[in-house]
Design a protein around this ligand. Structure first.
Ligand SMILES: [Zn+2]
Length: 198
């Protein structure tokens, strides 16, 4: 009998990061009956375009349409509202310039006692003076993708700077696009039973 020695190479399957709400430890994701999720973006600056790109980026992580979103212009039926505080931000072509803390964002999810998500989920973005238009545009585009990640149910942050879901308390969002870990986390989330119903 011959023995064959071979090196087993582990497939590169990034496990991703945790997504349960804290401290409740609940899972939230949209279910098939509520798709496509209806996003409304305040028509300020290039926000609608950033939202379109954010929705598309997350949809692209799924093979079978587990998550689908669409941007609507009539806010009466919105399930997610994305707004920018204050005046319209400057617009500029997106670039690969180093990230600057020219903006931030917050996603507010309100869960009732019956574990029912109150809609709409609200994303509030802010941009800051003292930065170039390019820095503000790059920041808002990036943070919009990150906040949309929260709205699909990724309710925790990654501690790796290369993930789009990297963020407070670790630092500011720096990645320009989704990593394989972002994709793996989203896929794992949509194949986990949701505790919260939208
Ligand atoms: Zn965040």
């Amino acid at each position: 009998m011959a023995t064959v020695g071979c090196a087993i190479t582990q497939p590169d399957r990034p496990a991703g990061y945790a997504f349960r709400s804290q401290p409740d430890n609940l899972v939230f994701h949209w279910n098939a009956g509520r798709m496509p999720v209806r996003y409304w973006a305040e028509p300020k600056g290039a926000l609608p375009a950033y939202v379109d790109e954010g929705i598309r980026s997350w949809e692209d992580q799924f093979l079978y349409g587990e998550f689908e979103g669409t941007r609507i212009t009539d806010s009466t039926t919105m399930q997610v509202r994305i707004e920018i505080t204050g005046s319209a931000p400057p617009t500029a072509p997106l670039s690969t310039a180093p990230p600057a803390p020219a903006c931030d964002g917050r996603t507010t999810l309100t869960v009732g006692t019956d574990n029912h998500m109150a809609l709409p989920i609200v994303v509030t973005l802010r941009w800051f003076a003292g930065f170039t238009a390019e820095q503000v545009a790059n920041c808002l585009a990036r943070v919009t993708v990150h906040e949309i990640g929260h709205t699909i149910g990724l309710l925790q942050h990654s501690d790796r700077v290369t993930d789009i879901m990297y963020g407070a308390p670790f630092g500011v969002v720096q990645a320009r696009e989704l990593s394989s870990r972002d994709g793996a986390s989203a896929q794992r989330l949509y194949h986990t039973a949701s505790d919260i119903t939208p």
